[in-house]
Design a protein around this ligand. Structure first.
Ligand code: HH2
Length: 335
């Protein structure tokens, strides 16, 4: 498989021939041609085939994407066992307080999940997952919260209950591979859907993940799942793609995906990056406590922003927002 990866830049000195990446804040004047097993080769935009150029430059139009910067998706795990905050927000009142805090800190989207997908996590019944998530969503809507809410689930019944309680989009870490009822539900409701790559399931995914070429393998998987979603009646304009950092990946796999994450813009839909507090940050820094990985998480978020990633899924909204604001300000042309 041959992939075109735009080489994104944010420098104020933008050459005339450069094109804006996905209608966003990065430009590119060159793209890398990536073929597994061969050295990457850079070509000017003028040499890109028209379909590739169209996919790379077309604006992404989901209503909750802010102009000129990535959207910040705040994580709320209503679970006893999530890797970084398990048990802290299982009580509905604690979950509501956390949700209000994330919104006050500037979250553009809230991602609410009732099942931990951390490596080795146990399965949760549908009823339990619904009772953890739907009441929190309903309570937020009842108190007038208008921030878009995403339901992080692989299960149609959980997604249905969340949408009925007031959720706006579905985040499926199984990319429609877990529950055959999920695609028809999302198609019928006309809501956006995030499709994430994972290798294996949560119980065993970190045992011995292997790829021929991680970038092309993950790309091919997402391309196939996006096509399956479209075939089920969900248009690409409502789809989001996510390489799934930490889901069946070694540190080397995660870093290879992050270093070239802009390749996923070729899929023609917004890209989501979820690296916040994950284990590879601990592996690289020696920080064993997930809640002390904020600085490392911000560095990864900025690396994503520098490649035009449209949605950053993070635990620490206030800190990430401050970093992004300054990162962006430092690259603006001052009159
Ligand atoms: N990561 C986690 C959960 N859901 N969804 C998307 N789209 N992308 C991700 O990278 C992603 C995700 C895992 O992180 P977290 O929610 O913090 O932990 P846990 O799964 O233990 O609840």
């Amino acid at each position: 498989m041959m992939l075109y990866r735009p080489i994104p830049r944010t420098d104020p000195a933008r050459p005339a021939a450069a094109r804006w990446l996905a209608g966003g804040w990065c430009w590119f004047a060159e793209a890398e041609i990536l073929t597994p097993g061969q050295p990457a080769r850079a070509v000017p935009v003028s040499e890109l085939p028209l379909p590739a150029l169209k996919a790379l430059t077309g604006p992404r139009t989901l209503p909750f994407l802010p102009a000129g910067r990535p959207a910040l998706m705040g994580i709320l795990n209503v679970t006893p066992d999530s890797f970084s905050d398990g048990g802290r927000f299982l009580n509905p009142e604690a979950a509501l307080i956390q949700a209000r805090g994330l919104i006050a800190d500037g979250a553009d989207i809230l991602d609410i999940g009732g099942e931990s997908t951390r490596p080795g996590a146990a399965d949760v019944t549908v009823d339990e997952e619904i009772s953890r998530t739907a009441p929190v969503i309903a309570a937020l809507r009842a108190e007038g919260v208008t921030v878009p809410i995403s339901i992080d689930t692989r299960k149609a019944a959980v997604a249905r209950a969340a949408l009925e309680a007031g959720a706006d989009l579905v985040n499926d870490v199984a990319a429609l591979g877990f529950d055959a009822e999920l695609a028809p539900l999302v198609a019928a409701r006309g809501v956006p859907l995030c499709l994430m790559h994972a290798q294996g399931d949560p119980a065993t995914m970190q045992d011995d993940p292997r790829y021929d070429d991680v970038l092309s393998d993950v790309y091919a998987f997402l391309e196939a799942r996006l096509a399956a979603a479209e075939a089920a009646g969900i248009p690409r304009t409502r789809l989001i793609s996510d390489p799934g950092i930490g889901f069946g990946k070694t540190v080397v796999h995660n870093l290879a995906l992050i270093a070239r994450i802009s390749v996923f813009h070729m899929l023609g839909c917004p890209v989501l990056l979820g690296a916040s507090r994950k284990r590879f940050i601990g592996t690289l820094t020696g920080e064993t406590r997930a809640d002390r990985r904020v600085a490392g998480s911000i560095a990864v978020a900025l690396a994503g922003a520098a490649q035009g990633v449209q949605i950053l899924r993070v635990h620490d909204i206030r800190e990430t927002k401050q970093a992004l604001t300054l990162w962006h300000a430092c690259q603006q042309e001052q009159e």
